[in-house]
Structures are given as structure tokens and as C-alpha cells.
Write a protein that binds this ligand. Structure first.
Ligand SMILES: Nc1nc2c(c(=O)[nH]1)N[C@H]1C(S)=C(S)[C@@H](COP(=O)(O)O)O[C@H]1N2
Ligand SMILES: [Mo]
Length: 201
């Protein structure tokens, strides 16, 4: 039996919409740092050369925006998030990550959702450098969650013991954002989570 490829409530688009809050930031690579801190054994900073020196991989994936567009067969290239996690060694009690980006954009997700082979700090799309509008020089890619978790102009990971809402999440977007469960808005109900259910959307 074939599994559906388009998550519920989504519409397929061939073009790639540009979507973000505020303006496209100017990123100064000479001053740029990727910071990893919080509940980790080894906090660190990487400069641009340091990030570019890490092993690269390509990921082909579908992307799903909470505003209901999905785009199939995207090829992103970059550094595997798991490379960065291995260097940081999150502590046993760390459960969540607050992703930081330019202009104080943030987004939160469980470490379990960040620690997946297909997640990247992406530099390229379709073999070309990411344009500034799409998050260049570097964006996060977490393709299995709604695309607002894939922070453009990403600058760091803050590891946390307790979940903390990011920018859109403070505005009512879901703490996890699984498109297959339509986790668009609202908070997961802790009682339902304990019973093994899913949060409402
Ligand atoms: N820094 C930053 N990253 C962001 C956003 C934002 O407002 N600021 N918007 C998110 C949302 S809602 C979406 S759908 C995607 C859009 O990425 P795109 O413009 O490359 O399609 O970026 C996500 N990453
Ligand atoms: Mo979005």
C-alpha cells in the first residue's frame, strides 16, 4: 500500500515561496559564529571557516509550510546536524533545543527531532548557494516538521531541560509541528502526552 506523500490539509506548489517575519538580514561572515551552548558537555563556537570545513552531505526531501504549501523533491546540501550534536554531547537531562537565528528569530523543538540524519545546516538548494531570501548563507533544515522550524540565517543551538517556545510558538504555533499530525497551532496537552497521545493542532 502506498503511503500518501502530501500531508493532510496541504497544497502542492512547484515554485518556492519566500516566507519570513521582518527583513532579510545582512550576514557579515567575518563576524559570524555558530554557537552551541546550554545543557551540553562541550559548548563551542564555530566561525564560518570552521563550519565550512565539516563534512558535507546532500538531502532530498519534501518541505511543508504551516500556511499550507508543500514542495516536493528539494535537494539541500550542507553539514549534518548530527555532526554538530556529536561535538556538543548534550547532557542526559537535556531534552529540547531553542534554535537561534539572526534578528532574534527563535524556534524550539525536541532534541529527538533535531537528532536525525536528514537534518542539515544547509548552504545550498538545487546545487546553488541559498539565496539570502531563502536563508543564505546558512539555514537549518528539519524537513519532517513544518518549515517554520527550519530557521533561516541560523546562528546557534541552545540546549534546554524544559521546552521554551520560540518566536512563532509564542504566537500560538505548535511546540512540535508534525505536518502528518497537523500540529499547526496550540500546545500539546501534557496529560495527553503522558498517556502517549498527540498534542492538538
Ligand atoms: N529566521 C527566520 N527563519 C524562518 C522564518 C522567519 O521568519 N525567520 N520563517 C519560517 C517559515 S514560517 C517558513 S515557511 C520558512 C520559509 O522558508 P523559505 O522562505 O525559504 O520558503 O522559513 C522559516 N524560517
Ligand atoms: Mo511557514
Amino acid at each position: 500500500m502506498d503511503l500518501p506523500r502530501l500531508p493532510p490539509g496541504q497544497v502542492l506548489t512547484a515554485k518556492w515561496p519566500v516566507l519570513h517575519f521582518a527583513t532579510v538580514p545582512a550576514v557579515d561572515l567575518a563576524r559570524w559564529r555558530f554557537r552551541v551552548w546550554g545543557a551540553v558537555a562541550h559548548p563551542y563556537n564555530l566561525d564560518w571557516e570552521g563550519l565550512r570545513a565539516l563534512p558535507r552531505r546532500e538531502v532530498r526531501c519534501d518541505i511543508h509550510c504551516v500556511t499550507r504549501w508543500s514542495r516536493f523533491d528539494n535537494t539541500f546540501g550542507g553539514v549534518a546536524v548530527q555532526e554538530l550534536l556529536a561535538r556538543a554531547e548534550p547532557l542526559e537531562r537535556a531534552r529540547f533545543v531553542l534554535v537561534h537565528a539572526e534578528q532574534e528569530y527563535t524556534t524550539n523543538l525536541p532534541i529527538a527531532d533535531l537528532d536525525r540524519a536528514e537534518n542539515l545546516l544547509a548552504f545550498t538548494h538545487g546545487g546553488e548557494p541559498l539565496t539570502p531570501e531563502h536563508g543564505g548563507p546558512v539555514r537549518l533544515l528539519v524537513p519532517h516538521l513544518y518549515f517554520w522550524k527550519s530557521a533561516k540565517w541560523v546562528t546557534g543551538f541552545e540546549f534546554l531541560e524544559e521546552d521554551e517556545p520560540g518566536f512563532w510558538e509564542r504566537g500560538g504555533y505548535h511546540m512540535r509541528g508534525d505536518p502528518w499530525q497537523e500540529e499547526r497551532y496550540g500546545r500539546p496537552d501534557p496529560a495527553r502526552m503522558r498517556r502517549g497521545g498527540r498534542g492538538g493542532g
